[in-house]
Structures are given as structure tokens and as C-alpha cells.
Design a protein around this ligand. Structure first.
Ligand code: SER
Length: 400
């Protein structure tokens, strides 16, 4: 099944069970809230999960939401973490409970999508000083024949320090070559696939938990991870959503395998972020975008300084926008990428010239860093990067 068929199957499964499909929203949450980017499928539903008004589409919902997690940036490049990804979700707003959600999840993953039961493991909230273990979830998995591991911190989901939260149960799939071994917390070849949160509390600023008037269920599963399992490939970068990237990039640059993954991830993320109206800048969302692009350019320039982002095939940009349900203009996005590339190239050239004055092995103090930033427009992280570069890379970046 390709990505479109898999998405249709997921949404159709829940539609057959009385759920309405909600439209995915922007990566940029509405209003002026504290959240920079939508990081979970449930973010746009927060008021309805938090005891607010009834949702206009009813109490059973399903959907696909683009998400961005800066918290995962350090892990991007491994088999399963991405900066921007899509999350399939199902929600019960005060309707059915956690056990029903787990049963449907199991049915979809095994009977419809074909994963063998012996390649699954579940984790369940094991209780803490305040609450007992989630016995209903544990009993459900027992009945379904899925082994269970109990944890505390890993099985509690919250939307932030305050707001709706609750115990969760995560379904893990085995991604190793041989037969499954160990447990989710002892063998990282168990990959977290689908999180089912029994969202039945509201956390207050003083840490107090208040039961919600209507308990909810919020589930989320990374689409790219699901494809990894259903398409039987060892990493998200081997799924059909990344195929055009893995063909187009090596035709232009020849990065090593890890850099290729990072470049594909960051460029794809940048296109989607720009598609949602963000522009590179020195603060907030624009700065996240700028950092992603600068990281890409630094890696690309190590392999071939003569190529530019303007050479990215239009089809690749179109594919990415379509994948994320965006109707952005590929040419406009290519122009923004090109402008940022030129700006960064100029900054690098200026940076090298300024830093050359200080000689080899120079260690700037925080005062030096602030001088370089204020007087020469060189941000501290760029200075650190430039000083850390081997001499050969510097010459290549400068085109000498
Ligand atoms: N909110 C939970 C998560 O993001 C389940 O959707 O994992």
C-alpha cells in the first residue's frame, strides 16, 4: 500500500465506525499562543478535549495533521525521527473509552494492515504516587494477546505543563531483522507506533489534577512510521514518501548517508514550513526555518559548492506540498530558498574574513561573541560553526 492508500484505509476504518474526518490544519497554530508549531494531531482540538464546547462535527473524529517537533531534532537522521511528519489520529470526545480505542487500533494494525501479533508490544501506565495503574488497558491487551510492559513517566501524556492530560498506552512494533527480543524499554528496535491517550484530567498551574467533566480518548500515529512497518523498509527514509527525495538529491549532490537523510528531512520540513506562510527570520518560527536551511546548506556546500537550491526539481517541491495537503506556489518557495541561500553565502564570506583576523585556535569569550553579533551581524552559533570547521572546508565554502 502506498501512502495515499494507507491514509485512506486509516480514515475509512474510523469512518466505518462512526467517525467524521476533520480537515488537517496549519503547522502554525491560530492566535498568539505560546506554542510555536503544531506538534501533535490533537493540538487543534485542545479546546474540545479540555471540556470546552461540543465539536461541530460530533464526538467521534479522525484526521491527518502535519506536525513539527523541534524536540526531536537531535534524533533526526536515525531510522524513525523526522522534523516535520504527518500524524494520523482518532478521537473520542466524551464518547467511547480507552479499551475500545485499543481494540480498534489492534484490529486495524493486524487484520487490515497485516502486522503479525507477535511483532507487537504495548506499554501501559503503571501508576504513580497519585494514580493507580491503568488496569483497563492492561486487561484489554491481555485479552488481545499482546504483551504489556508497565511504565510511569513514558506512559503519561500532556499537552504542556498545564491543560488536558492523562495516562496513555503505546503500541510498539518490532523493527529488527530477527525475531522480536526484549521489551520496549530494553530494546530500541521496538518502535513506538501508536499512542492512545485516555485524556481524563486537567493539570492546573499548581500541579493539581482535576478530572475532566467528559473523559476523552486521543490517539496519534506517525504516518511515516506506519509506512515503514507496512512497506517493510528499515527506515522512514525508505518509504514511498521519501523516494523522490532519495532520487533527486544524489543527482545534484553526493552527501554521505547520514547527511542525505538530514538534508532530505530539513529541506522537506522547510518547504512545508514556508508553505504554511513562515519566512526565514532571526526570531521564533522564522528562526527555526533559518536554522534548518543553514544546516542543509552547510552540509550541501561540503559536497559541491557549485550547485544551488534553485536546481531542486519543481516536481519535488510539488510532491512535498501535495503530500502535506498544501497549495503553496513551488516557484515562490524556490525563490525564498534561493534568497536565504544567497544571504547565508554572503554571511559566511563575511564571517570568514572577520574571523581570519583572529588567527587559528582563537577561543572567543562571550563578550567577543556579542561584539561579532552586534558589529558584524555574525550570530554566535555561526561563529562557533565557522571556528569548528576544518581549514579545507573553509576554503571550499569560500570557493577558493
Ligand atoms: N497526543 C498524543 C501524541 O501526540 C496522541 O495523539 O502522542
Amino acid at each position: 500500500m502506498n501512502v495515499a492508500e494507507t491514509t485512506r484505509t486509516f480514515l475509512g476504518f474510523f469512518q466505518d465506525r462512526g467517525h467524521q474526518v476533520i480537515a488537517g490544519g496549519s503547522l502554525v497554530p491560530p492566535g498568539d499562543g505560546p506554542v510555536l508549531f503544531t506538534a501533535a494531531g490533537m493540538h487543534p482540538l485542545t479546546p474540545y478535549l479540555d471540556g470546552g464546547p461540543p465539536h461541530p462535527q460530533g464526538r467521534r473524529l479522525t484526521g491527518l495533521q502535519r506536525c513539527l517537533r523541534t524536540t526531536d531534532l537531535g534524533e533526526v537522521g536515525d531510522e524513525r525521527h523526522l522534523t516535520v511528519f504527518q500524524m494520523l489520529g482518532s478521537w473520542s470526545l466524551g464518547d467511547y473509552g480507552g479499551p475500545q480505542s485499543l481494540r480498534w487500533g489492534f484490529e486495524l494494525i493486524t487484520e487490515i494492515l497485516g502486522t503479525k501479533r507477535d511483532r507487537l508490544y504495548a506499554t501501559v501506565f503503571g501508576g504513580d504516587g497519585q494514580l493507580g495503574p491503568d488496569l483497563a488497558a492492561q486487561r484489554t491487551w491481555d485479552e488481545l494477546g499482546v504483551p504489556v510492559e508497565l511504565t510511569t513517566d513514558d506512559n503519561w501524556w500532556s499537552n504542556g505543563p498545564t491543560g488536558p492530560c492523562g495516562p496513555d498506552s503505546e503500541l510498539f512494533a518490532w523493527t529488527g531483522d530477527g525475531p522480536p527480543q526484549g521489551r520496549p524499554t530494553t530494546d530500541e528496535r521496538w518502535m513506538e507506533l501508536w499512542n492512545h491517550v485516555t485524556m481524563r484530567f486537567r493539570r492546573h498551574g499548581d500541579g493539581r489534577l482535576e478530572p475532566l467533566p467528559r473523559p476523552n480518548v486521543d490517539t496519534g500515529m506517525g504516518l511515516e512510521r506506519l509506512l515503514m512497518i507496512t512497506q517493510g523498509v528499515p527506515s522512514v527514509f525508505g518509504t514511498d514518501v521519501f523516494r523522490p527525495w532519495m532520487t533527486a538529491l544524489p543527482a545534484l549532490w553526493q552527501p554521505d548517508d547520514l547527511s542525505l537523510r538530514l538534508i532530505a528531512d530539513h529541506l522537506r520540513a522547510s518547504i512545508v514550513i514556508i508553505g504554511d506562510g513562515v519566512r526565514p527570520s532571526s526570531t521564533g518560527r522564522g528562526y527555526v526555518l533559518r536554522r534548518l536551511l543553514r544546516r542543509v546548506l552547510t552540509m550541501l556546500w561540503r559536497t559541491d559548492r557549485s550547485r544551488t537550491l534553485g536546481e531542486l526539481p519543481a516536481g519535488l517541491l510539488e510532491h512535498t506540498l501535495a503530500q502535506f495537503g498544501q497549495d503553496g506556489d513551488p516557484e515562490l518557495i524556490r525563490g525564498i530558498l534561493g534568497d536565504e541561500e544567497r544571504r547565508f553565502a554572503e554571511l559566511m564570506t563575511r564571517g570568514h574574513k572577520v574571523l581570519a583576523r583572529f588567527g587559528r585556535g582563537w577561543q572567543p569569550t562571550s563578550q567577543d561573541l556579542s561584539y561579532l553579533h552586534q558589529t558584524h551581524g555574525l550570530p554566535p552559533d555561526l561563529v562557533t560553526e565557522l571556528l569548528g570547521e576544518p581549514g579545507e572546508t573553509r576554503s571550499r565554502v569560500l570557493g577558493r
